[in-house]
Design a protein around this ligand. Structure first.
Ligand code: ZN
Ligand code: ZN
Length: 258
């Protein structure tokens, strides 16, 4: 089978890995170690893909516990880090019958997660990743700041199509507080790489999203300029609120506005 993961070098030390347009992972190579940030859907052997690029010792960091970010962990036997507040979601997704069957058929096993917390750093040799906790999309979502390169990996927490309608997503008011708490990060990063991206976004996306959420909370989705629309997804019908005038939306349901 041709590998469905396509890689693209996007900086001198960073590769973007596109899993069939469904999820994006990243490989960051330091002088001594390499980090795999999110392992995507697990259908293709992401470890083999990484090994075509580097022979460095590896560390896996999952930005959160959703299946499209963790399933590829099955191909790794190194440390796989996840914030403990997402352990429950990861366990739930790992138990999806189709995935259990896939692992059994392919003799694959999900390695245990190691906890990682806010403020911890991963030293790759000349490059440092700092963990920044950002509960919202999920309770244990983290961002990773690649300090020397001024790049922020945001998983599913800051993007153009934010999912906050999920059962496990926090109320929007709490997410806004959490964004405010880490707003210092806009001084430390110039660019964003999120978990479904095809390339860089400007760090201005952080503030655009933050103002969008504030506006949504204040207007309850019935602003003078912007209004919420219906949003159909596989879990049912939610709402979507536009936030940057360029097609970006925050998906949510009314309970998240309380
Ligand atoms: Zn997610
Ligand atoms: Zn995702």
């Amino acid at each position: 089978m041709e590998n469905r993961i396509k890689t693209k070098k996007i900086d001198d030390c960073i590769w973007l890995m596109d899993d069939n347009g469904e999820a994006t992972g990243y490989l960051v190579c330091g002088e001594k170690k390499a980090a795999v940030i999110d392992t995507m859907n697990g259908i293709a052997n992401v470890h083999a893909v990484v090994r075509e690029i580097t022979e460095l010792p590896l560390t896996v960091v999952n930005t959160h516990g959703h299946c499209d970010h963790i399933f590829g962990n099955v191909y790794f036997n190194c440390d796989c880090f996840l914030h403990p507040n997402d352990a429950e979601i990861a366990a739930e997704h790992t138990g999806f019958p189709e995935f259990v069957k896939f692992c059994k058929e392919n003799k694959l096993k999900m390695p245990p997660f190691k906890p990682i917390n806010d403020g911890e750093t991963i030293d790759l040799g000349g490059l440092t990743l700092e963990v920044i906790s950002l509960p919202g999309h999920t309770p244990g979502e983290i961002c990773l700041l690649l300090k020397e390169k001024r790049i922020l990996f945001t998983g599913d927490s800051i993007n153009h199509h934010l999912w906050m309608q999920l059962e496990e997503s926090l109320p929007l008011r709490i997410f806004l507080e959490n964004l405010n708490r880490i707003s210092w990060v806009t001084e430390k990063a110039d660019r964003i790489l999120h978990g479904h991206a095809q390339g860089f976004d400007d760090i201005s996306l952080f503030d655009e999203l933050k103002s969008g959420i504030k506006e949504l909370i204040e207007t309850k989705g019935k602003g003078n300029i912007r209004h919420s629309k219906e949003y159909k997804w596989f879990g049912g019908i939610a709402k979507q609120y536009p936030f940057d005038g360029d097609g970006s939306v925050i998906c949510y349901c009314d309970e998240k506005l309380d």
